[in-house]
Design a binder for this molecule. Structure first.
Ligand code: SF4
Length: 430
């Protein structure tokens, strides 16, 4: 029976993982202020951080009626149930990891001291530590499984797609109530499912002895998402998380490493300068934007945003933006603006601010209507903070996304005007 208790693990966050969480391009070399901030967070954590992890094997699994039950506790995730069935899992390992409360308290202090950059780097380093601890714990579990003629499956946590975050409480009770005395006082789970300290993770890994099956189905191999260097049990290459839409930071002229140069004159219209790179505008206007033109000259634009939360292990989230614009005679004034989670999205519930104050966050998201009543082209002069992180927790991040959406719409409409000027037919829907 496996039980791991590590109260002082060595933390060695890989630079590439740290950079990924900071949202920096893969080949970017940190320098100047970015380097300073990144090093300061790492140094502070090395001196003050108190990470830990705990893992325990459980054998009492039951898979029936589409539900997975572990030691008598039923979990609501169909995905997890299906994964266990597909892999013929016969046991599981419960895991808890945490970067410790000190790092969260320090980040909060930096925020209070009006040091948002330092706060952001500390937060991201805390997230990197959590990912690192999961990786280190996985290394132990995979080694143990191998020695026992078994294989571990990808880890899965409440709040991931298809597993309600409220199950965090059940998972915690299972861990805590059955021997994890070492966790006493180190972790709490709120009624909402939020963990405190928030730079922590509860997760579950299936274990199967059907090695052939575990090898043959790619979705049952965890190594693709595991960055452990030099792992002797690795079954496939590590592939970094797929690029998120928010990787626009790599394309933004004023993003770190991009020279801070906003001179990216559009070829669409003389004098027009977008904050977003033309490649990104081109791509998103094709893939994420829908425009409907009505006979009175008005336009309705719908944009699908996809990103990830900055904490809670970067859970995917999707939001729908809807913008109604007046006719060209009325300078394409912005008449309506709406933003809300896409139908079926659960990732938004994993944002820190949602876990803290769900009602307040959703009210703010619905209430933000920058540039309402003003011509669409005002977005080109709109001074907003560069803040490309994936979530919607504060105004700067929400405004950054609104700027992105409005620029994509502007770009698409300008292109359409050009096409019309070249004699291409217009389709009017309403
Ligand atoms: S690389 Fe694969 S085998 Fe090694 S620890 Fe990570 S998940 Fe396990």
């Amino acid at each position: 029976m496996l039980e791991l208790v590590e109260t002082n693990p060595r933390v060695n966050v890989q630079e590439s993982e740290y950079q990924r969480l900071l949202g920096l391009p893969e080949n970017y070399s940190m320098r100047g202020r970015t380097r300073e901030l990144a090093d300061a967070a790492r140094r502070w954590y090395a001196e003050n951080g108190r990470p830990w992890f705990y893992a325990r094997q459980v054998n009492a699994l039951k898979l029936a009626d589409g539900q997975l039950s572990v030691e008598g506790t039923g979990f609501s995730s169909k995905q997890l149930h299906d994964q266990f069935i597909a892999a013929r899992a016969d046991s599981a390992v419960l895991v808890a990891v945490s970067a410790g409360r000190e790092c969260e308290e320090h980040a909060r202090q930096l925020w209070r001291e009006s040091k948002p950059d330092e706060y952001f780097f500390m937060e991201m380093f805390g997230s990197a530590v959590v990912e690192h601890l999961v990786t280190v714990a996985s290394g132990h579990i995979c080694g143990w499984a191998d020695q026992n003629g078994a294989a571990a499956l990808p880890h899965y946590s409440p709040g991931y797609s298809g597993w309600d975050i409220s199950d965090q409480i059940k998972l915690w009770n299972l861990l805590h109530g059955n021997g994890a005395r070492h966790l006493e006082g180190n972790l709490e789970v709120m009624e909402t499912g939020m963990l405190r300290p928030k730079k922590s993770l509860l997760t579950l890994l299936g274990v199967t002895r059907d090695l052939e099956r575990a090898r043959s189905l790619a979705k049952l191999i965890p190594c693709e998402n595991c960055s452990l260097p030099g792992c002797q049990y690795r079954r496939t290459l590590y592939r970094q998380a797929p690029p998120q839409i928010e990787d626009v930071r790599a394309l933004l002229p004023n993003a770190p490493g991009n020279g801070g140069n906003r001179k990216n004159a559009s070829v669409l219209k003389a004098g027009v300068q977008y904050a977003i790179n033309l490649r990104a505008l081109e791509k998103w206007s094709k893939e994420r934007l829908q425009l409907e033109f009505s006979r009175d000259g008005m336009v309705e634009a719908r944009f699908r945003y996809e990103g990830t939360t900055c904490s809670n292990m970067g859970r995917a989230l999707e939001f729908d933006y809807r913008v109604k614009l007046a006719s060209t005679d009325d300078r394409r004034r912005i008449l309506e603006m709406q933003c809300a989670p896409a139908a079926g999205d659960t990732g938004h519930q994993s944002q820190c601010e949602y876990l803290n104050n769900a009602e307040g966050l959703m009210r703010n998201i619905a209430g933000d209507k920058p540039l309402l009543g003003r011509p669409l082209s005002d977005v080109l002069q709109w001074k907003r903070e560069y803040n490309p992180s994936g979530c919607f927790c504060d105004l700067a991040r929400r405004e950054h996304k609104w700027g992105l959406v409005l620029e994509v719409i502007h770009f698409a409409l300008a292109r359409r005007e050009r096409e019309l000027a070249n004699g291409q037919a217009e389709i009017i829907l309403g």
